[in-house]
Design a protein around this ligand. Structure first.
Ligand code: ADP
Length: 356
């Protein structure tokens, strides 16, 4: 069992910088939680407070109901996997994985068993006698994970573990971490600035901005029903398009364009009559249609999709992800229609869900 409870956690550094504000979350046993957000939003600070590497300024941290807010890192039964997988170059893979147990003078038979078990899980059995220099970047990252696995910790903490790897290896290692999570069924906290990693790995995502939690939910919840403008713009690639519009006469009037609404959409906006709102449309929710003219300025073929960048209305930038292979040239006009629409309050930036 490893349930974590973060309760009203604040972090204020010595220089009075407040890096984390009122962080609240219950992590269930075996959950893989991804903390995501732009650089400087407080995700590493949060992870390091959980690990015990940073003091918690205010609030409480519980592990399986026990208050560990002030417990030293070494007593917390957690293992941290860092991005710079600092392995000992002069030691073999086996020795690297056995190192911490050897230091603690554990029984050599136990050490042997644990290293072999971890190597098996990570597919490193045939590499145990090699030195780190003889391994690929991905294999070295796995050895670093192996050093954590042998400790059999209650909680695994990952701090941007893939950021040193090239794009192809990142994808492969990401899938390995998913498999590892399935096999170990361990509670994991994972920090990344990469929204793709968050969407592909997480059971639940915590999206942060400027020290504040913006939304906690499954990847689909964050993608499909972002809580506010920040989450809407951060999750999804290419990012969502945003337009200032006025809700009037049952339609949206923007600068040089209008958008018709479905009955459901009008209902959602019922308390916003004659008010300005922000309209959000994901590039993949724009298709070739009859509604709005877009003047193309660039066409990027991705194979199964084409990203078309252009201007609509009075020079508003828009990106559409069209199905299939399109070959628009700069200056071409393409007519499009909007599918799923997201609405945001101009003042609070919160999503308008219609219950207001
Ligand atoms: P992230 O991991 O999301 O990139 P961090 O948690 O590293 O963000 O940093 C959050 C904020 O706290 C940033 O403004 C950063 O400059 C500040 N910060 C981080 N570490 C320290 C420190 N040791 N002393 C003072 N400020 C810090």
């Amino acid at each position: 069992m490893a349930e974590l409870s973060l309760q009203h956690i604040d972090k204020i550094y010595d220089n009075n910088v407040q890096a984390v504000f009122d962080f609240n979350m219950d992590v269930k046993d075996g959950e893989l939680i991804v903390l995501v957000g732009p650089s400087g939003c407080g995700k590493s600070t949060t992870l390091r407070m959980v690990a015990g590497l940073e003091d918690i300024s205010r609030g409480s941290l519980l592990l399986d109901g026990v208050d560990i807010t002030r417990m030293p890192a070494k007593d917390r039964d957690m293992a941290m996997v860092f991005q710079n997988y600092a392995l000992y170059g002069h030691m073999t893979v086996y020795e690297n994985m056995a190192f911490s147990m050897t230091l603690r003078k554990e029984n050599p038979n136990v050490i042997h068993k644990k290293v072999l078990a971890a190597a098996e899980i990570l597919g490193l059995t045939s590499q145990l006698n090699k030195k780190p220099a003889q391994l690929s970047g991905g294999q070295r990252q796995r050895v670093a994970m192996g050093r954590s696995i042998v400790r059999n910790p209650k909680v695994f903490l990952f701090d941007e573990p893939l950021s040193n790897l090239d794009a192809k290896l990142r994808g492969a290692t990401r899938r390995e971490i998913l498999l590892l999570h399935k096999r170990l069924q361990a509670t994991m906290l994972y920090v990344t600035h990469d929204q793709t990693e968050a969407l592909t790995l997480a059971d639940r995502i915590v999206c942060m901005s400027m020290g504040h939690v913006q939304q906690i939910g499954t990847p689909l919840e964050l993608y499909d029903t972002p809580a506010n403008l920040f989450v809407a713009g951060f999750i999804g690639l290419p990012p969502m398009n945003f337009f200032d519009v006025l809700f009037e006469d049952g339609m949206l009037k923007g600068k040089g364009f209008t958008v018709q609404l479905t009955e459901e959409e009008k209902h959602r906006l019922s308390s916003y009559n004659m008010k300005e709102i922000t309209l959000g449309i994901r590039p993949e929710d724009i298709c070739e249609g009859n509604d709005i003219a877009v003047k193309v300025f660039s066409n990027e073929n991705l194979g199964m999709n084409t990203l078309v960048h252009g201007h609509m209305g009075n020079g508003l930038r828009v990106t559409a992800k069209l199905r299939g292979w399109a070959e628009y040239r700069p200056g071409d006009e393409v007519r499009v229609s909007f599918g799923r629409k997201h609405f945001f309050d101009k003042v609070t930036t919160n999503a308008i869900r219609g219950e207001e």
